[in-house]
Every structure is written in structure tokens, then in C-alpha cells.
Design a protein around this ligand. Structure first.
Ligand code: NAP
Length: 484
């Protein structure tokens, strides 16, 4: 069997492992195994690629491997869970940059060798010039947009830049003109002789325009919508890698790029649906540019009415001690306070006290997809206790107590009843239907959307103020003192 066939067989095995791994990532119980299986696929792909005769310099590969591993291990250990969206933004950006560099390097090689000699380096089934040139264009264009777009998203999320959307007159027209100019440069590049004068100029034009476009198209997106944009940039980094795979005729890169591209796209659609927003609305509406109206109300009648009624940890304990059906509704505040472990402890105490406990999971609670699932899994909360929004809502009126842990927008009744609310139509967890609602938050801070929340003012709601971890510890201590 010749080596090319062996390499491609190994790539098929790696691709199958990627697909199996992705499928397993869809369920919490199999997610860890899915991750391991995908990593094994990547290991096979990397080892086999290193055996390829096209590899000309192992020294730089080893230097890159050592440096990359050191940075990766340090990030995995040091980056906090709440900073994961920034981390993912950076990783997407570097993925895009890698595709730009592949396209650039191949174009340089093409110019240095001349097209005929370059073709020989691609092997027997070498594609026509226009095909490879178009693949270089797509790898560089999509990779360039992904690179600067991701850096901008990172800077917004890390609060190095203001999270507010930047809007100006003619913004969409300018972006449209940049895209048109890039396409023209791409066509000139694809039909020009690689060693002629026009190709390098066209290459430089679409590279610079792609870098500019990445910046300008993320500009009008508010910091709050960044997770959706990051998911889309993730999809773009996959498409850029796929194009790079066509440039260097590497099948596993094409497959892996397609998988990242489509899964990122599907995730983007899921997130938009969960917020009841269209993708164009996320991209172009400048959500969060104007201060959010505080007139949203649960009854749709205008301004928020009622008063906030605080409750102590001792009184919370008394309410919980009598409860038979309890639901925890975690949100971003649980991630901030890292309260997941103490939540699990309190859930066990409640169960020992005879209560049935559930955790209601909203698809966009927190700041990244699956945020709450990841935190609760880390605290070893049993999977069976996690209930999706659609399954928990019909049970809500039977709940004695709903404990809202640092969640705000995902339980805001205005989303269901106030047509004037910017979040109107976003599906929510109907916490307000529980007999008693206890909301854990530090003060009057608004949620991600900046809106007031009528839930906090309803007659059946009590506010347990303080950092969620500290207040839960206090409630838990009451239970333990009872047992002791
Ligand atoms: P949220 O609306 O952002 O509200 C979080 C609440 O947590 C705040 O009101 C804050 O109030 C409280 N909080 C913060 N730190 C706390 C602490 N240490 N202890 C206790 N409370 C604390 O969160 P959410 O209800 O989870 O909603 C998520 C939002 O993000 C949605 O609007 C969603 O559309 C958006 N989003 C999510 C994703 C995703 O993938 N998950 C993607 C894009 C957008 P205080 O300041 O008063 O404490």
C-alpha cells in the first residue's frame, strides 16, 4: 500500500472520530468521552500529517509544538470559567490567522516556484490554477475577517474596549463596499498569473480589506451579543481552515474545517433562537446602544411597580425547610460567585429533608452556551436533576420554592408579556409561577440586557441580598445546625 493511501485512510479514521466525538458532546453524560475521542482523532491527524513527505522542517514544528503546549496548559489552568468566552474568541482569532498564514505561504511558494513547478508539489491530482488561487483567496479573506473580528470581540469582552456598540452613518454601506472590493480583488487574483504583477497587489488588497472588515463588522455589535458573534467567528474559522485544506490538498483539514464551520453555525442559530433574535438583528441592530428602557413591566402596563422585599438567610431556611418541591434557577451570577458547589450541597440537604430538587436550565443563562451545565457538572450535580426550560415550565406552578441564583434576564416576565420590552419574545423560565420565589443577587444590578425585572417586585418574591455563594453558605449552615 502506498503512503498517500495510508495517509488518507488515517485521515478517514480521524474524521470518523471527530464526528463521533461531536455527537457525544451533545449529551452531558457522554461529553467527556466525546472530547477524548475527538482529541484522539486530532492526535492521529497530526501524527500522520507529520509523516507526510511535504513536511520540510521539523525543527520549527517542534518549537511551535512546545510553545503552543506550554501556552495551552497555562491557559487551561489559569483562565477562569467566566473568562471562557474571551478565551474562545482568542482561539478562534488564531485559527483564522493560521489560515491566513497558510494561504500567504502557499502564494509565496507559488510565486517562487512558478505555477508548473508548484503543481508538482501538490501531487498527482493537482487542481487547476483558478481553483487553488480561489482557495487561497477564501482562506485569507475569511481567516483575516476572523482574526481581527475575534480580537475586537476579545477586547470588548475583556473590557479593554467599551462593550457599547459603535454605530455611525453609512456603516453598512461601507462594509458592503469593502466586501465588493474584496470580491473584485479575489477575481483578479484568481485569473492572474501568480508570478505576474497583478496577483501580489490583488492579494495585498484583499488581505488588508479582510483585516479591516473583521474590525468594522464586529463594531456595531454590543458586548452582550458577543457570545453569538464568537460562535459565528468560530464557524468562520472553520470555513477558513476548510479553504486552507483545499489550498494544501489536505483532506482532514477540509473535513475538520467543515465540522467546525457547520457546528459553529448551528450553535449561532440556536443562541439566536433562544434569545428570540434574528442573526441580522444581532449583527446590525446595535442592541444595547441606547440605555435600556426601565419601563418594561410584567403586566405590560408601563413602569415597574411594587417594592423589593428582602429576606434573611434564616427566613430563607424556614421557607425551604417546609418546601417539598424546590427548583434552582441558576444564571450568570452563579458563575460570578462560583456558587455551584454550595448549591449542590444545599440541594443534598434539601433532599435529606424530604424535598424533590430540580435545576432549571435556560439555554442562554450565563455568558456562553452550556455555561450552567458545565458549572453544575463540575460540582457533580446529577444529570437527571437538570431540567430544560421547556420541560420545567409546565411544572412551575407546582413548585413550592424557586431559588433564582444570580439569574435575571432569563426569568424576566417582561419577555413574555411586555411587547415594548427589548427582550419581548425571548423564552424564559417561568419562575414567577412558583408559590414563592427567592432571588439571590448582590443589589439592584441589572442583567445582561440592562433591563429592570418585575419578577423582583412581585408579591411572592423575596430578595436574598449578597454574593450568591455567601448567602447560600449561610442558608446551608442553618440546615446543618438543625441536623447537628
Ligand atoms: P443576567 O441577566 O446577566 O443577570 C445576572 C445577574 O446576576 C445580575 O442581575 C447580577 O445582579 C447577578 N449577580 C452578578 N454577580 C453576582 C454574585 N456574585 N452573586 C449573586 N448575584 C450576582 O444573567 P442570566 O439571567 O443568566 O441571563 C443571561 C443573559 O446573557 C441573557 O440576557 C442572554 O441573552 C445573554 N447571553 C447569553 C449567552 C449565552 O450563551 N449564555 C450568549 C449571549 C447572550 P447584581 O449585580 O445585583 O448582583
Amino acid at each position: 500500500m502506498n503512503s498517500a493511501l495510508l495517509i488518507n485512510l488515517a485521515y478517514i479514521v480521524a474524521s470518523i472520530l471527530f464526528i463521533l466525538g461531536l455527537k457525544m458532546l451533545g449529551r452531558q453524560a457522554s461529553a467527556r468521552r466525546g472530547n477524548t475521542i475527538s482529541s484522539l482523532g486530532m492526535l492521529i491527524a497530526v501524527v500522520v500529517t507529520l509523516l507526510d513527505h511535504h513536511v520540510v522542517n521539523y525543527t520549527w514544528i517542534i518549537v511551535g509544538l512546545v510553545l503552543g503546549t506550554a501556552i495551552g496548559v497555562a491557559c487551561a489552568r489559569l483562565v477562569k470559567m467566566t473568562s471562557m468566552p474571551e478565551m474562545v474568541a482568542l482561539l478562534n482569532g488564531f485559527g483564522g490567522l493560521a489560515s491566513v498564514l497558510v494561504g500567504w505561504a502557499e502564494f509565496g511558494k507559488m510565486r517562487a516556484l512558478g505555477w508548473e513547478a508548484y503543481l508538482l508539489t501538490l501531487g498527482e491530482a493537482a487542481p487547476p490554477h483558478a481553483f487553488t488561487a480561489s482557495a487561497i483567496f477564501f482562506a485569507v479573506m475569511i481567516g483575516g475577517v476572523t482574526f481581527t473580528g475575534s480580537l475586537y470581540a476579545f477586547a470588548k469582552l475583556a473590557e479593554l474596549l467599551s462593550g457599547r456598540p459603535v454605530l455611525f452613518r453609512g456603516q453598512h454601506l461601507i462594509n458592503g463596499l469593502i466586501v465588493a472590493a474584496m470580491v473584485v480583488a479575489g477575481v483578479i487574483f484568481a485569473v492572474s498569473d501568480a508570478s505576474g504583477g497583478q496577483a501580489p497587489l490583488a492579494f495585498a488588497v484583499f488581505l488588508v480589506l479582510a483585516l479591516v472588515l473583521g474590525w468594522t463588522f464586529v463594531m456595531p455589535v454590543g458586548g452582550g451579543d458577543m457570545p453569538v458573534i464568537i460562535s459565528m467567528l468560530n464557524s468562520l474559522s472553520g470555513l477558513a481552515a476548510c479553504a486552507a485544506g483545499f489550498v494544501i490538498a489536505n483532506n482532514v483539514l477540509v473535513v475538520a474545517g467543515c465540522l467546525v464551520g457547520t457546528s459553529g453555525f448551528i450553535l449561532t442559530v440556536i443562541m439566536c433562537k433562544a434569545m428570540n433574535r434574528t442573526f441580522t438583528n444581532v449583527l446590525f441592530s446595535g442592541f444595547g446602544a441606547a440605555p435600556a428602557s426601565s419601563g418594561a413591566s410584567a403586566d405590560g402596563a408601563g413602569a415597574i411597580k411594587g417594592e423589593l422585599k428582602p429576606i434573611s438567610a434564616e427566613d430563607t431556611f424556614s421557607v425551604l425547610e417546609a418546601a417539598r418541591q424546590v427548583v434552582f434557577i441558576p444564571g450568570y451570577g452563579m458563575a460570578v460567585s462560583q456558587a455551584q458547589h454550595i448549591v449542590r450541597e444545599l440541594a443534598e440537604l434539601l433532599e435529606n429533608n424530604g424535598a424533590e430538587v430540580r435545576f432549571a436550565i435556560h439555554p442562554v443563562a450565563g455568558r456562553m452556551p452550556g455555561h450552567m451545565n458545565v458549572l453544575l457538572a463540575e460540582a457533580n450535580v446529577p444529570y437527571e436533576q437538570l431540567v430544560e426550560m421547556d420541560a420545567i415550565n409546565p411544572l412551575m406552578p407546582q413548585m413550592d420554592v424557586a431559588i433564582v441564583i444570580g439569574a435575571n434576564d432569563v426569568v424576566n416576565p417582561a419577555a413574555a408579556s411586555d411587547r415594548a420590552s427589548p427582550i419581548y419574545g425571548m423564552p424564559i423560565i417561568n419562575a414567577h409561577e412558583a408559590r414563592t420565589v427567592i432571588c439571590l443577587k448582590r443589589g439592584k444590578g441589572a442583567g445582561f440586557s440592562g433591563l429592570e425585572n418585575q419578577l423582583f417586585l412581585l408579591p411572592n418574591t423575596r430578595m436574598l441580598y449578597g454574593d450568591a455563594k455567601a448567602t447560600l453558605q449561610a442558608v446551608s449552615a442553618e440546615f446543618k445546625s438543625l441536623a447537628g
